[in-house]
Design a protein around this ligand. Structure first.
Ligand SMILES: *Cc1c(COP(=O)(O)O)cnc(C)c1O
Length: 429
């Protein structure tokens, strides 16, 4: 199958687009000035129900919607586009100003997570949790389709200061060699599997050759199974890619696919099932994670269906995330209390093999905060939380409490319980 991307330049060629109203087309053209827009022929032909597209989860995951921007930001861009005398520069300037107001690098990832080697900051590498190093290969900073909720949206909007990327492996290997506590190398993006097998091999082969016995897991963060399963079936270098996976497994390291599925419909096609089976045959393990998203999967039954299907296909459920405080959080966000209720309703119905999922988990500046749930102590309701991962390992697995708050979407909306001024990890910064 030949990959055909659809972006602002050509999406109107899609026959089903004739079903969109003028205002829906207008919304796409306005919102795309801030958020990236890209989908493809596999998604459009197989995953979207065009008879009910306005509420279709995959349509909302791929096509920008008006409410993804605040009314004020929307109007500002819409007004500019209406003016005959406006320059391209003026529009870009306005778009970039709005982007900077949407918290483009949440969780302090630029300030805190960039490691150094002999005093020099390492490009395209992030190291937040002791055991896991993230590597962003330059040519993998693209996706086969852009998710409208993506917290890495600044990687795709063409502002170079916002981009995290590297095309060198030597500094990465040297950094790994000197940091023996690192067990996991997570290659991420964008989507590293948008690279050719040759390129990916160019990054991974030197890591394997370097030995690095303490690095036991190579992880690849990818949405390609959901967005372009032909990557493992009919692409020119599918065979070479699968061969590379076998080579990693044979080297004695685990190859873990950090896959991403947002909705059970993404697991229904013959192509995705075939692709999953091809990947598993190489000895790679597939784990799956996704955020809980309003209007997409904010119903426990959707998650139960999705996770049961994952387990049937041999995929290990891993994380349910809370929508991050960036980009279109206003559109997708679910309050933490509600997120916990959905998680609980889901979890009680899952087979044991699917209960490997953890969450809802919030990726904050401090670490991954697990919303354990609402505790009733005497006549008080409290929100109980604990860290699964933390910038400081000492913070992990220490339950703590916040005042009950039904509306809070993120840590910033929570207050420590019992009149305490700060959460314990805020004091020990
Ligand atoms: C989630 C995450 C990881 C991986 O954490 P695991 O719990 O090991 O999957 C690593 N680095 C960052 C910055 C993360 O957000």
């Amino acid at each position: 199958m030949k990959y055909k991307p659809y972006t602002l330049n050509n999406y109107k060629d899609l026959p089903p687009i004739s079903r969109l109203s003028e205002s829906q087309i207008r919304d796409i053209e306005v919102v795309t000035n801030v958020f990236p827009f890209r989908t493809n022929n596999y998604i459009v032909d197989n995953l979207i129900d065009w008879d009910n597209f306005s509420d279709d989860p995959v349509f909302l995951l791929n096509f920008p919607q008006r409410e993804m921007l605040s009314e004020e930001h929307y109007e500002e861009i819409a007004d500019l586009l209406n003016r005959a005398d406006v320059t391209k520069e003026r529009i870009v300037e306005t778009s970039n100003r709005i982007r900077m107001q949407l918290n483009p690098h949440p969780a302090g990832q630029m300030e805190y997570n960039t490691p150094t080697l002999d005093g020099a900051r390492l490009k395209g590498i992030q190291h937040k949790y002791k055991e896991t190093v993230l590597f962003f290969p330059s040519q993998g900073q693209l996706c086969n389709a852009f998710c409208t909720f993506c917290f890495r949206w600044p990687q795709f909007v063409g502002i170079n200061e916002l981009k995290i990327a590297s095309n060198e492996t030597a500094p990465l290997i040297e950094y790994l060699r000197r940091n023996k506590e690192v067990t996991d190398l997570l290659i991420t993006g964008g989507d590293p599997l948008t690279m050719t097998a040759n390129r990916l091999e160019g990054y991974i082969e030197p890591v394997l050759k370097a030995g690095l016995d303490h690095v036991i897991n190579i992880r690849i963060g990818t949405k390609v199974l959901a967005h372009w399963p032909y990557r493992f079936l009919t692409d020119n270098d599918s065979g070479q890619l699968l061969h590379l996976f076998r080579k990693i497994v044979r080297s004695g390291k685990q190859l873990a696919f950090m896959a991403h599925f947002n909705h059970p419909v993404e697991l229904t096609t013959n192509e995705v099932k075939e692709a999953i089976s091809k990947v598993r045959e190489t000895g790679a393990q597939i784990r799956a994670q996704a955020p809980l998203l309003r209007r997409i999967n904010d119903d426990f039954e959707i998650w139960v269906r999705m996770l049961k299907e994952q387990v049937r296909l041999g995929i290990v459920p891993y994380y349910m995330f809370v929508v991050r405080d960036t980009g279109a959080q206003r559109f997708f966000g679910i309050p933490l209390v509600r997120a916990w209720e959905i998680f609980r309703e889901m979890y009680m119905r899952l087979p044991g093999l699917a209960r490997t999922i953890r969450g809802p988990s919030m990726s904050t500046t401090y670490g991954k905060i697990h919303v354990l749930g609402v505790s009733e102590i005497g006549d008080r309701k409290l929100l109980s939380l604990q860290m699964i991962q933390a910038r400081n390992p000492e913070w992990v697995m220490r339950p703590f409490f916040a005042e009950y708050n039904e509306d809070a979407l993120w840590l910033e909306g929570l207050k420590p319980a019992f009149g305490v001024e700060k959460f314990f990890f805020e004091q020990n910064q």
